[in-house]
Design a protein around this ligand. Structure first.
Ligand code: NAD
Ligand code: FES
Length: 274
C-alpha cells in the first residue's frame, strides 16, 4: 500500500497528491510515469511523476478526475492509501542544451510539462513558459513554473487571466521574432494543441518534443493499448515514449484512438449515477 500524505484540489477536477513511494522517488527521472490502482481489481491509470523528493521518499502526482477510476483515486483522502504504484516507467526526457527553450502547456497538460521544464532549467537552458487554459481557474502551477522560467506567458480562452486566446498565439509571435525564437519547443496538452504547435515549429525547423497520453493498460509494451503512429511506424508510448518528435507524430490517428472509449466511459458513468 502507498500512503497518500496530501490531497489538494488545484483546479476544477484536478488534484495534487503527495504519495509515499520511496523506491520510485529515488529512481525517477523527468518525463517518467507510474501506473496506479486505487484498489485491487481496479483499472490501471498512468500518471506522470510531477515531482519527487528522494529524501522524504515521496512523489507528487497530478490527477484529473475525468472518469470512474480517476474519480476513485482522487476520492482517497490524505491518510488513505493507493493499492499499487508501479514504476518509474517510460523513457526519461532527453535534456539537451538548446539555450532558449519554449515550454508550452495546455490545461491539465501543464502538470506533465512542469517536471520537464524544471529539468530543462536545471540543465542551464533559458526556459520560457507559455501556459493556456479555458479560464483563470484552469491555469495551474503558475507560481511553481515562475520560479525557474525566464518569462511566463498566460493565455485564457475567455480572457479572465493573461492574454485572451489560445496558447499558440504568443508562441507564433516568439517564433516570428529572431531575437526571441527558441532553439527547441516542448509541448504538452490536448492533441489539437500539440498538433498546432508542431505545425508552427515545422516550417521554422525548430526541434519539437510532445508528450503523448494514449490509453495505457499494462505499461510494459505487451498489450499494444498505447500504440501511436510515429513516422508511419507503430510505437508504444509506454516503452518508446511518452515523449516523441512532434514533427513525426500522426496526431489524427491519436485523436481517433483517444475517442474510442469515450462512449463506453460515458455509459458507465450513467450506470453508476443510476
Ligand atoms: P483544454 O481543452 O481546456 O485546452 C487547454 C488549452 O490548450 C487551451 O486553452 C488552449 O490554449 C490550448 N489549445 C486547445 N486546443 C487548441 C488548438 N486547437 N490550438 C491551439 N491551442 C489549443 O484542455 P484540458 O481540458 O485541460 O485538457 C484535457 C486534454 O488534455 C485531454 O484531451 C487530455 O487527454 C489531454 N492531456 C494530455 C496530456 C499529455 O500528456 N499530452 C496530459 C494530460 C491531459
Ligand atoms: Fe500496453 Fe503500452 S500500455 S503496450
Amino acid at each position: 500500500m502507498f500512503e497518500i500524505l496530501e490531497n489538494e484540489i488545484l483546479a476544477p477536477q484536478l488534484h495534487r497528491l503527495v504519495v509515499r513511494a520511496p523506491r520510485v522517488a529515488a529512481a525517477r527521472q523527468a518525463g517518467q510515469f507510474v501506473i496506479v490502482r486505487a484498489a485491487a481489481g481496479e483499472e490501471r491509470i498512468p500518471l506522470t511523476i510531477g515531482d519527487a523528493d528522494p529524501v522524504a521518499g515521496t512523489i507528487t502526482l497530478f490527477v484529473q478526475a475525468v472518469g470512474y477510476s480517476t474519480g476513485r483515486i482522487v476520492a482517497i483522502p490524505a491518510g488513505g492509501a493507493l493499492r499499487d504504484v508501479a514504476g518509474p516507467l517510460g523513457v526519461p526526457t532527453h535534456i539537451g542544451q538548446w539555450g532558449r527553450v519554449a515550454c508550452v502547456g495546455g490545461g491539465v497538460g501543464t502538470a506533465v510539462l512542469y517536471p520537464l521544464a524544471k529539468a530543462l532549467a536545471a540543465a542551464g537552458n533559458e526556459v520560457v513558459t507559455l501556459i493556456g487554459g479555458r479560464a483563470a481557474p484552469y491555469i495551474i502551477l503558475r507560481d511553481e513554473l515562475a520560479v525557474f522560467s525566464q518569462e511566463l506567458v498566460i493565455t485564457t480562452e475567455d480572457g479572465s487571466l493573461g492574454r485572451q486566446g489560445f496558447v499558440t498565439a504568443p508562441l507564433a509571435e516568439m517564433i516570428a521574432d529572431p531575437a526571441r525564437r527558441p532553439g527547441a519547443v516542448f509541448a504538452v496538452g490536448p492533441v489539437p494543441m500539440m498538433k498546432a504547435v508542431a505545425a508552427l515549429t515545422r516550417p521554422a525547423g525548430i526541434e519539437t518534443v510532445v508528450s503523448l497520453n494514449p490509453v495505457m493498460i499494462d505499461g510494459t509494451g505487451m498489450c499494444g493499448g498505447c500504440r501511436v503512429v510515429v513516422d508511419g511506424e507503430a510505437k508504444f508510448a509506454c516503452v518508446d515514449g511518452p515523449e516523441f518528435d512532434g514533427h513525426r507524430v500522426d496526431f489524427d490517428t491519436l485523436s481517433d484512438r483517444l475517442a474510442t472509449y469515450r462512449e463506453m466511459e460515458a455509459a458507465h458513468r450513467c450506470r453508476l449515477a443510476g
